[in-house]
Ligand binder design. Sequence first.
Ligand code: PMP
Length: 314
Amino acid sequence: DIQEVQYIWKNGEIIPWAEATTHVLSHSLHYGSGVFEGIRCYENPETHKSYVFRLQDHMERLVRSCKIAMIDLPYTADELVRATVDIIKANGLKKCYIRPLVYRGYGVMGVDPTGAPTDVIIAVWPWDAYLGAEALAKGIKVGVSSWRQRSNNAIPPAVKATASYMNSLLAKLEAKAHGYGEAIMLNEAGLVCEGTGENLFVVRNGVISTPPLSDGLLEGITRDSVLQIATDMFEDGEIDACPLEESLTRTDLYVADEVFMTGSAAELTPVASVDERQVGSGSRGPVTEALQARFFDAVYGNAERYADWLTEVE
Ligand code: PMP
């Protein structure tokens, strides 16, 4: 649930939450012509310092989304980074979820967006564990969706577009109806892509792998962080194999020792079963647990090595 806070950043100004409205004939409301981001700000429980995780990288992905969607973004990534820090401070939040959205606003109707203004907002609000607090320790049940992932030549998964989430929403509701916490989408070739709001990893015989971007998935920032952390663990001799980006089939999910999902909202959530087939012990596996611990060290500012990933909100 959205928990109201005082202010929202809109088109360069900080305005009251209740005034951050849009016209019912806004282009993106009708044609899905918006792109967005999802980011988290964490508060270190000991030092009480607040850090936004990979803020610059998220804003750079937003800029790339705009480029693909041919939206002229009137701000640079650096300006949006500063605006994010400003809106967190204006609301006095120590930890929050951050939702930048760029959308074609009010002014023209018809699919051709030419002439519609580009509106940009950044909203922040407190948001707990996306898939439930228990899920981070115990894992969730997931199912392969009957809905296929939008393809690279339909609605490109590399764009974090509002339009993509019709696809995600169909899969999410189906998963919920089946009693699953999340859905896994396959592409038209039958290869594993991702969850409705998460990337996906498997661990088998000590090898960590995740589908390549070319199979049609979002270039997740948590995915990238986990690949970096796992590569560092391999180089330090803490795990036996370097992580791989390789295509996966649904049977790879069934026979994996561990499966987990990653996302800014979902963080690093273990998968307990896939299509009623228990994964490993049916709870969080050892590799998942080790990666999760490192990931949380990084986001909370407890890992010097990953300090570059953090923007402090002072
Ligand atoms: N895939 C989809 C479809 C998503 O919506 C998200 C969440 N942004 C992810 C993957 C994970 O990306 P990130 O780690 O950058 O949040």
